[in-house]
Unconditional design. Structure first.
Lengths: 541, 334
C-alpha cells in the first residue's frame, strides 16, 4: 500500500467531516423553521483495498444525506390539521354568534320583549292615557330595533363568512399552484438520480400543511416524486398541473365552491373551508331562522289579537305591526313566481315550504319543517296554489317548469326586515274589546298581555321558552366548538411532539455533533500532516 | 424520547399562553362580578338567568298594577265612607223632620241641608283621579252621575293582572255603590192601618207605593233609581211637608247605607287581597333575586383564590421555563 493511501484516507475524513458539519450547521440554522426535518449525513465505508495480507479500508465517505421523516406520521398530522382547521374557524364564528345573543352584557330581545308586553300591561292599567300608549309604541320600536340589530349582526357574520370562503378558495388556489411548482422542481432534481430533493420536499410539506388547514384532501406520491392532491374528488394538484376552484353564488344567497360546475364544497368534511360552509348553514338554519320565527310569531299573534280590538277612535280590524310577507327563492329556469301572499293569517303556521315539480305539469307543496307534502296539484300557468294560508302564483316565464324545478317559500325570511309598527297614532292602539265601553275598556289589552305567557302553537312553547332555547343553542354551539377545537389542538400537539422527536432539531445534540465532527476533522488533518512528515522522512533519506 | 429545541420553546410559549388565558376567565368574572359572562359559559344557566330576570320584571309590573288598583280602590272606599256619613246625617234630618213638633217651615230648612248633602254625595260619586271618574265603569271619561242624578257610566269592571292567571277589579260601578236592587216586594204597615209597598222596578228602580187600609188603593206613588234621586225625593218630601213619604224613605235610606257598607266590605276584601298579593310578590322577587344571584354571580372569594392559584402556577412555569431554555451545551463550549 502506497504511503499516499494515508493521505487519501485523511482527505476522505476531512471531506466527510466537512459535509457532516455542513449538515449540522444547516440543522442548527433551521432550529426554528417550522416544518423543517432534521438531516443527517450518512457515513459509509468505501470498498476496501486488498493488500497482500488482507483488506485495508480506504477511508470514509458520505453516502447520502438522510432526511429524518416519518411519512405515516406526517400524513396523520396533515389530516389532524384539516380537523383543526375546521374546528378553529367554527369555534371562532360560533363565539361571535353567541355574543350576538349575550344578554349578560347588554339587554337583548328577551328584555325588550318583556318591556313590550309590560307596556301593554301599562296600557291595560290606563287604557285611555296618552303617556302609556306612546310608551307602548316606544317599547315596540325598541324591540324592533333590537331585533333588527340582532339579525344584522348575524347577517354580517354570514356575510363575512362568504368573504372568508372566497379568500380561502383563493388561498387554496395559490397553494395548489405553488405545490405544483415545487412538484416540478422536485421531479427535475430527482429525475435519474439517487438524491432526494430534501429541502424542497420540506418546503412542499410545509405548503401541504398550510393547505391542510384550509381544505380536506388526500395525497398520493408518484414514482417521480410529485404529489397528487385530491380534494373533494378533484385532483387540484396533479404533478406539475393544478386546478383552480371557483365560488358561485346560489339562488338563496349562499356560496358554493365549485370546479367546472361540480360542487366540491358540499363534499368536504374537514379544513377551514368546510367549517365555513357548515357554519354558514348552521347559523342560517338554526339561530337565524329561529330568531326570525320568534319575531314572525310575535307579529302574527299580536296582529290577530289587535284586529279584534277597538282603538280609542272606535275603529277595529287594524294590525299593530306591519304585516308579514312571503319571501321566495326561484330554482327554476323556465317558470317564475308572479305573486306570493298571505291570504289567511290565522292558518299560517310559520313553516317553510318547497313547491316541487315532480313532472312539468304536477307540483307538490312540501313542508320542510314537518317533512310532509301539504298539497299537490296540476300546474296551470298563472294558476294560484293555496296551502296553509299562503297563496302562490307561478307562471311560465322564459319557458315552462321542468321536472325537478323547485321554489322555496318562507314567511320567516323577511319577518325582521319588515318588522315595523303599523299603527300611526296612539288612538289606534286597540285596548278595548267593546266600542261601547270606551275609553275604560282594557280587555283586549289584557288578552294581549296573556299572549306573553301562553303557549304559542307555532313555537311549541311561550316566547320566552322559545327564545331562551335560541340563546341556549348559541351557547351550546359555541361551547361544543371550543371544546372540539381544544381537543383537536391537543391531538395535534401530541402528534407534533412525536414528529419532532423524529424530525425536530435538538441544539444540544447538534452542538455535540459539532464537537464530534470538528474532532474528526482535526484528526483527518493530523493524518495529512503525518503523511507530510512521513514523506519528508523518505525524501530526506 | 428526543425533544427538539423548537418544541421546547414552542411548548413553553403555549403553556404561558394557556396560563394567561386561564387567568383571564376569573379576571373577567371578577370585573363583572358574574360567573356567567357568555352563553357558552353555561348554556343552561343562561336560559335560567333570562327566565329569572323576565320573571322579576313581570313581578315588578304586577306590583305596579296592584299599586295602581290599590290607589283606585282606596279612593273609592274613601268616597263611600264619606257618602255613608252624609247619608247618616240625612237620616238624622229625616228623623227630626218626622217629629210632630216640626213645622213646615223648619222642614223646608232641613230640605235645604239635604240639598247640600246631595250635592256633596254627587261630588263623591263623581270622584275623579287621574282623569278617571272612579264610579263610571269603563265609561270613566264621563261623570258617573249628571246634575239631575242620572247614571252615565256602564256596569263593566276594569280589571288588571295581579299575576299571570289572576286579575283584580279596580272599580265599583256607580250602580253598585250608589244604588241597589229592591228584589222581592216588601210591605210595611203603618200605625194608622195604611201600608207602604216597596216594589222592584226596572234595573235599580225602587217604586214606593203608599196604599190605603184596604192595601189596594194606591194613595201615592213615587220612585228613585239611585241614592241621589232618593235624596231628591227626601228633599221634595221635606219641601212639601210630606211626612208619609219621609216615613217611607227612612227605610230605603237604611237600605242604601247597608248597601254601601256591604260594598265597603267588598272593597276591604279586595284591598286585603292586594296586600297579600304584594307581600307574596315581594317574597317571590326576593326568592328570584336570590336564585338569580346564586346562578349568575361569581363567588368572589373563590374567584380570587382561583386567580392566586393560577398566578402561582404561572410564576412557577416562568421560573422553570427560564431554567429549561437557559440550559444549552453551547454555553459550555469555550
Amino acid at each position: 500500500m502506497p504511503i499516499m493511501g494515508i493521505f487519501d484516507i485523511g482527505k476522505s475524513a476531512i471531506l466527510a467531516s466537512q459535509i457532516a458539519l455542513d449538515v449540522t450547521a444547516n440543522n442548527i440554522a433551521n432550529v426554528n423553521t417550522p416544518g423543517f426535518s432534521r438531516k443527517e449525513a450518512v457515513l459509509d465505508i468505501p470498498t476496501p483495498m486488498e493488500i497482500g495480507s488482507g483488506f485495508v479500508g480506504r477511508g470514509v465517505r458520505v453516502s447520502r444525506i438522510r432526511r429524518l421523516y416519518d411519512r405515516f406520521l406526517e400524513n396523520q398530522i396533515m389530516m389532524q390539521k384539516q380537523y383543526l382547521g375546521r374546528a378553529t374557524i367554527m369555534a371562532d364564528l360560533y363565539s361571535q354568534v353567541e355574543e350576538v345573543f349575550n344578554e349578560q352584557q347588554n339587554p337583548g330581545i328577551s328584555a325588550s320583549m318583556n318591556d313590550y308586553f309590560n307596556a301593554w300591561q301599562e296600557v291595560a292599567d290606563n287604557p285611555d292615557e296618552l303617556a302609556q300608549r306612546s310608551s307602548l309604541i316606544k317599547k315596540a320600536e325598541t324591540l324592533i330595533n333590537v331585533a333588527k340589530d340582532t339579525e344584522r349582526a348575524l347577517e354580517d357574520s354570514m356575510e363575512s363568512i362568504k368573504e372568508d370562503i372566497t379568500d380561502t378558495v383563493n388561498k387554496i388556489n395559490d397553494l395548489a399552484e405553488e405545490i405544483a411548482g415545487l412538484n416540478k422542481q422536485i421531479i427535475e432534481i430527482e429525475a435519474g438520480s439517487t438524491y432526494q430533493a430534501n429541502d424542497l420536499r420540506d418546503k412542499r410539506e410545509t405548503l401541504l400543511g398550510d393547505l391542510a388547514q384550509l381544505i380536506e384532501f388526500t395525497t398520493i406520491e408518484d414514482d417521480f416524486g410529485g404529489v397528487t392532491v385530491i380534494a373533494g374528488g378533484v385532483n387540484i394538484v396533479d404533478g406539475e398541473r393544478y386546478k383552480t376552484l371557483t365560488t358561485d353564488t346560489n339562488a338563496d344567497g349562499s356560496l358554493s365552491v365549485k370546479y367546472n360546475n361540480e360542487d366540491i364544497g358540499s363534499r368536504l368534511n374537514r379544513g377551514r373551508l368546510s367549517g365555513l360552509i357548515a357554519s354558514y348553514d348552521e347559523i342560517n338554519s338554526t339561530v337565524l331562522k329561529n330568531l326570525r320565527k320568534t319575531i314572525a310569531s310575535l307579529i302574527k299573534e299580536t296582529n290577530l289579537q289587535h284586529r279584534q280590538g277597538y282603538g280609542l277612535d272606535g275603529n277595529t280590524g287594524r294590525d299593530f305591526f306591519g304585516s308579514l310577507d312571503i319571501y321566495s327563492v326561484d330554482y327554476s329556469d323556465g317558470a317564475s313566481i308572479t305573486s306570493a301572499n298571505i291570504t289567511d293569517l290565522t292558518q299560517l303556521n310559520l313553516h317553510e315550504y318547497e313547491i316541487r315539480f315532480t313532472d312539468p305539469t304536477t307540483y307538490q307543496v312540501y313542508d320542510t319543517d314537518s317533512d310532509s307534502v301539504v298539497a299537490t296539484g296540476t300546474y296551470t300557468p298563472g294558476g294560484a296554489i293555496n296551502f296553509d294560508g299562503i297563496q302562490v302564483v307561478i307562471d311560465n316565464d322564459t319557458g315552462t317548469p321542468a321536472t325537478g324545478d323547485k321554489f322555496f317559500i318562507t314567511p320567516l325570511h323577511n319577518a325582521i326586515k319588515g318588522f315595523s309598527v303599523a299603527i300611526s297614532s296612539t288612538d289606534e292602539i286597540a285596548a278595548a274589546e267593546d266600542p261601547a265601553a270606551l275609553p275604560g275598556d282594557n280587555r283586549n289589552a289584557l288578552q294581549m298581555v296573556d299572549l306573553y305567557q301562553s303557549d304559542i302553537t307555532d313555537l311549541g312553547g311561550s316566547y320566552n321558552d322559545f327564545y331562551n332555547a335560541v340563546v341556549s343553542t348559541s351557547g351550546t354551539m359555541s361551547r361544543a366548538a371550543k371544546d372540539k377545537m381544544d381537543f383537536e389542538q391537543r391531538l395535534l400537539d401530541e402528534m407534533n411532539l412525536r414528529r419532532d422527536s423524529i424530525s425536530g432539531v435538538n441544539l444540544d445534540e447538534e452542538a455535540a455533533n459539532l464537537i464530534r465532527f470538528q474532532k474528526s476533522y482535526e484528526a483527518g488533518a493530523r493524518l495529512i500532516k503525518l503523511t507530510d512528515e512521513l514523506l519528508e522522512v523518505i525524501i530526506n533519506l | 424520547m428526543r425533544l427538539s429545541s423548537f418544541l421546547v420553546y414552542d411548548r413553553l410559549t403555549a403553556a404561558l399562553e394557556e396560563n394567561l388565558r386561564r387567568l383571564f376567565r376569573p379576571h373577567e368574572q371578577l370585573s363583572t362580578g358574574k360567573k356567567i359572562n357568555h352563553p357558552s359559559d353555561d348554556p343552561v344557566g343562561i336560559s335560567r338567568i333570562m327566565d329569572y330576570r323576565v320573571s322579576i320584571q313581570d313581578k315588578e309590573q304586577f306590583k305596579r298594577n296592584l299599586n295602581d288598583a290599590r290607589t283606585y280602590l282606596e279612593l273609592s272606599d274613601e268616597a263611600l265612607d264619606q257618602s255613608v256619613d252624609a247619608l247618616k246625617r240625612t237620616k238624622e234630618l229625616v228623623i227630626t223632620a218626622l217629629n210632630a213638633d216640626e213645622t213646615p217651615e223648619s222642614r223646608k230648612m232641613m230640605a235645604e241641608e239635604v240639598r247640600q248633602l246631595r250635592t256633596h254625595v254627587r261630588s263623591l260619586a263623581n270622584t275623579r283621579f287621574r282623569n278617571r271618574y272612579l264610579f263610571s265603569g269603563m265609561l270613566y271619561d264621563q261623570e258617573a252621575f249628571d246634575a239631575s242624578g242620572n247614571y252615565q257610566g256602564d256596569s263593566n269592571y276594569i280589571e288588571v293582572r295581579s299575576s299571570h292567571n289572576l286579575t283584580v277589579k279596580e272599580n265599583l260601578t256607580g250602580l253598585e255603590a250608589f244604588a241597589y236592587q229592591q228584589g222581592a216586594e216588601e210591605v210595611v204597615p203603618l200605625e194608622d192601618g195604611r201600608f207602604i209597598h216597596y216594589i222592584q222596578g226596572t234595573g235599580t228602580e225602587v217604586i214606593i207605593e203608599i196604599r190605603d187600609t184596604d192595601d189596594t188603593t194606591v194613595l201615592d206613588s213615587f220612585s228613585f233609581e239611585n241614592t241621589l234621586e232618593q235624596m231628591d225625593r227626601i228633599r221634595e218630601a221635606m219641601d212639601t211637608n210630606n211626612t208619609d213619604r219621609l216615613t217611607a224613605l227612612l227605610k230605603t235610606l237604611d237600605r242604601s247605607m247597608d248597601e254601601m257598607l256591604t260594598r265597603r266590605g267588598e272593597l276591604g276584601a279586595r284591598l286585603k287581597f292586594i296586600e297579600n298579593e304584594l307581600d307574596r310578590i315581594e317574597d317571590n322577587v326576593l326568592d328570584l333575586k336570590t336564585v338569580l344571584s346564586a346562578t349568575e354571580d361569581a363567588d368572589i372569594a373563590e374567584v380570587a383564590s382561583e386567580i392566586t392559584k393560577t398566578q402561582i402556577a404561572l410564576q412557577a412555569l416562568r421560573q422553570s421555563g427560564v431554567r429549561i431554555i437557559s440550559q444549552s451545551l453551547l454555553d459550555f463550549l469555550r
